[in-house]
Write a protein that binds this ligand. Structure first.
Ligand SMILES: CC(=O)SCCNC(=O)CCNC(=O)[C@H](O)C(C)(C)COP(=O)(O)OP(=O)(O)OC[C@H]1O[C@@H](n2cnc3c(N)ncnc32)[C@H](O)[C@@H]1OP(=O)(O)O
Ligand SMILES: O=C([O-])CC(=O)C(=O)O
Length: 369
């Protein structure tokens, strides 16, 4: 019997959280394009993903205040982070350990999603600061969640234009139905394991270059082109001739273009102009045009964010951490939904190896039997 590789096209369960039906991304029925255009805030989208309805003004303000107040990390966690974040491993490996660590610190209510999201954001910003040898920054209670996260990573409080752009980046990454990391989190949740175990597993899945790790590889490709003074088209032709995939292109769901990439492209162009990186943006454009014409592949969500994060002053190794920070909101939504379902995820496989073998005939320790 033929099985679709990688569960492609298989609907494994229902969800109320998000949909990519007909290649349109919606959160609880609202189009992400409409929300991005109307400058929805990250906290409003998190509320929507968790409760599947929008908050009223008062609920939104309370939710924002609650999240921001919970972004303060216990002193013990900061002490441990200062130690762990300086280890030489890749920042996503540091985040994997940190996520697990957050679940073991002596902190009450540790099963509470707002607290978990808030702590993850601060911990991610702290990892980035510590590795950059910059002082750890305190949360500003007057800023929103996305602004605080950006401030704690970069040390700069965003103006309203940057704040809108960064909120958009965060909401576009917040959820994506049963992608690999979310599905991983749901499998762990289905065993009734704890939230931090689900998130640690999700971070491990996001880290890989075929998933969230692609944004770092996109920037590496741009640097290879620029630093090697290479023609961008010759570069990708050569990569594909060697059987390599071009990072930031293609998607399991979107075969006619990722709706988020168009919005992110606009943000990348604006930030690239403002920060003197327009040459990198132009290279990305050249590559995107060539890839579409020659392979029919479109850029995915990781393609333009590589340039956006660079323009924000982040190191390429930390790009996937920012993705993890945004996606933690969606992971938590799915963990909550899966917990309500109370069913173990445990599919079947078809065994295709040899059968009816005799251990007694084949074992090397026959003589002692
Ligand atoms: C947040 C996210 O996770 S978004 C995705 C981030 N990942 C990347 O950017 C990595 C590069 N892209 C890829 O590897 C793929 O497009 C995936 C893994 C994202 C999706 O893959 P799938 O749905 O399994 O499609 P699949 O890999 O089978 O691709 C179909 C064909 O297009 C080719 N293809 C797909 N993506 C690429 C690419 N980026 N570069 C070159 N060729 C590609 C495949 O080689 C395959 O060709 P074949 O039919 O001749 O074997
Ligand atoms: O859905 C997927 O396969 C990958 C993903 O997480 C996204 O595109 O946001």
């Amino acid at each position: 019997m033929d099985h679709p590789k990688g569960l492609a096209g298989i609907v494994v369960d229902e969800t109320h959280i998000s949909s990519t039906k007909n290649e349109r991304l919606t959160y609880a029925g609202y189009s992400v394009e409409e929300m991005a255009k109307a400058h929805a805030s990250f906290e409003e989208v998190v509320y929507l993903l968790w409760k599947t309805h929008l908050p009223n003004r008062e609920e939104l303000e309370d939710f924002r205040k609650d999240l921001v107040s919970k972004m303060v990390l216990p002193a013990e966690t900061i002490r441990l982070l200062l130690y762990i974040a300086r280890e030489p491993q890749h920042p996503m490996s540091i985040l994997r350990t940190t996520t697990s660590l957050l679940g073991t610190t002596n902190d009450v209510d540790h099963d509470e999603p707002p607290k978990i999201l808030a702590k993850m954001l601060t911990a991610i910003a702290a990892i980035i600061r510590i590795r950059d040898d910059k002082p750890f920054l305190e949360v500003d209670p007057d800023l929103g969640v996305a602004d605080n996260f950006l401030y704690m990573m970069t040390g700069k409080k965003p103006d309203s234009e940057l704040s809108q752009m960064f909120n958009t980046v965060m909401i576009l990454h917040a959820d994506h139905e049963f992608n690999a990391s979310t599905f991983t989190a749901r499998v762990v949740a289905s065993t009734f394991s704890d939230y931090y175990s689900c998130l640690t597993a999700a971070v491990c899945a996001l880290k890989g270059p075929l998933h969230g790790g692609a944004n770092e590889r996109v920037f590496e490709m741009l640097m290879d082109i620029v630093q090697g003074d290479q023609d961008p088209i010759d570069f990708v032709k050569d990569q594909m001739a060697q059987g390599r995939k071009i990072m930031g292109f293609g998607h399991r769901i979107y075969k006619h273009g990722d709706p988020r990439a168009c919005i992110l492209k606009g943000i990348a162009e604006k930030l690239a102009e403002e920060t003197g990186n327009i040459d990198l943006y132009n290279i990305q454009q050249t590559l995107a045009d060539y890839m579409l014409e020659k392979t029919g592949l479109h850029p995915n969500v990781d393609y333009y964010t590589a340039l956006i994060y660079h323009c924000l002053g982040l190191e390429k190794e930390t790009f996937t951490l920012v993705f993890a920070a945004c996606r933690t909101s969606g992971w938590l939504a799915h963990v909550m939904e899966q917990r309500r379902e109370k069913t173990l995820i445990r599919p079947n496989s078809e065994y295709v190896g040899p059968t009816d073998r005799s251990y007694i005939d084949d074992t090397c320790i026959k003589e002692v039997l």
